[in-house]
Design a protein around this ligand. Structure first.
Ligand code: UDP
Length: 239
């Protein structure tokens, strides 16, 4: 069992700790929620527990489908042992339907089905509000190599296939989501971070009710209930 060492990092929703092994970290999920680049702050009661469990369930599913990721073992309600990586400073977003920043930027209504999934890159830089960048920016500015970019694109599309099918069977539409990748010491690129209602848009497939962080971002109410409902759906056998 890994021993929790010093805190290495505190983000908006998680803390990361060293362990007694340089190859592993412990992540601890918090209830803190932020939106609009930190302008809106709050807490979502029980979110950390749900995001920890949900991410671990989905990372295990992805591993079964050949998507290498950082998940090792859940240690407690809020803590998980993960493989130590250096995070690539780009957020990889996959979209199946228009929503959020894409809908806003292009003047499109939300909920339009895209003819195929779109993969986007955003530079992880809070001071700049995480700007949208092209694969050329990512490569030329040295954030990832051309081979790594191709790998992130194909892994992101694979995640979309696996999660999309899993959620469809549970009455949930996977609208869009954000992934982060990291490098192991030997340079191998694996999926990291989290997969939760904080980082995905989940809509009920029938009613299109939002079951994700948009309820917090947009003051729609029922935030905790939506997170709980998503956890219930993810835990469910196929319906
Ligand atoms: N997303 C995220 N972290 C970010 C930005 C976006 O997890 O810093 C997720 C968001 O939850 C959604 C997808 O990525 O599922 C696409 O988000 P979008 O670009 O529409 O940005 P938003 O307007 O939601 O910030």
């Amino acid at each position: 069992m890994a021993v929790k060492g010093q805190q290495l990092y505190e983000g908006k929703a998680k803390k990361v700790y060293a362990t007694d092994s340089p190859d592993y970290y412990i992540v601890e999920y918090k209830d803190d929620a932020t939106a609009f680049n930190g302008e809106k702050r709050g807490t979502i009661a029980g979110k950390g527990v749900i995001n920890n469990q949900m991410s671990n369930r989905l990372f295990a599913l992805l591993k079964d489908h050949g998507v290498e990721n950082h998940f090792v073992e859940q240690l407690s309600e809020r803590e998980t042992l993960v493989r130590a990586v250096r995070i690539v400073p780009v957020e990889v977003v996959v979209r199946n339907l228009t929503a959020g920043s894409m809908a806003k930027r292009l003047g499109l209504e939300e909920g339009l089905e895209l003819s195929r999934p779109i993969v986007e890159f955003y530079y992880k830089q809070d001071d700049l509000g995480d700007p949208l960048v092209t694969p050329d920016h990512v490569e030329v500015l040295g954030w990832a190599t051309a081979a790594e970019i191709a790998q992130m694109q194909s892994m992101a599309l694979c995640v979309n296939e696996v999660l999309g099918a899993y959620l469809r069977a549970r009455g949930v539409l996977l609208v869009d989501f954000k992934l982060e990748f990291g490098r192991l010491k030997d340079g191998t690129l694996i999926l990291a971070d989290e997969i939760s209602p904080d980082t995905c848009r989940f809509w009920d497939a029938t009613t299109r009710e939002k079951l994700d962080k948009d309820r917090f971002r947009r003051d729609l109410g029922g935030v905790e209930d939506a997170y709980q409902e998503m956890m219930r759906r993810v835990s469910e056998e196929e319906s």
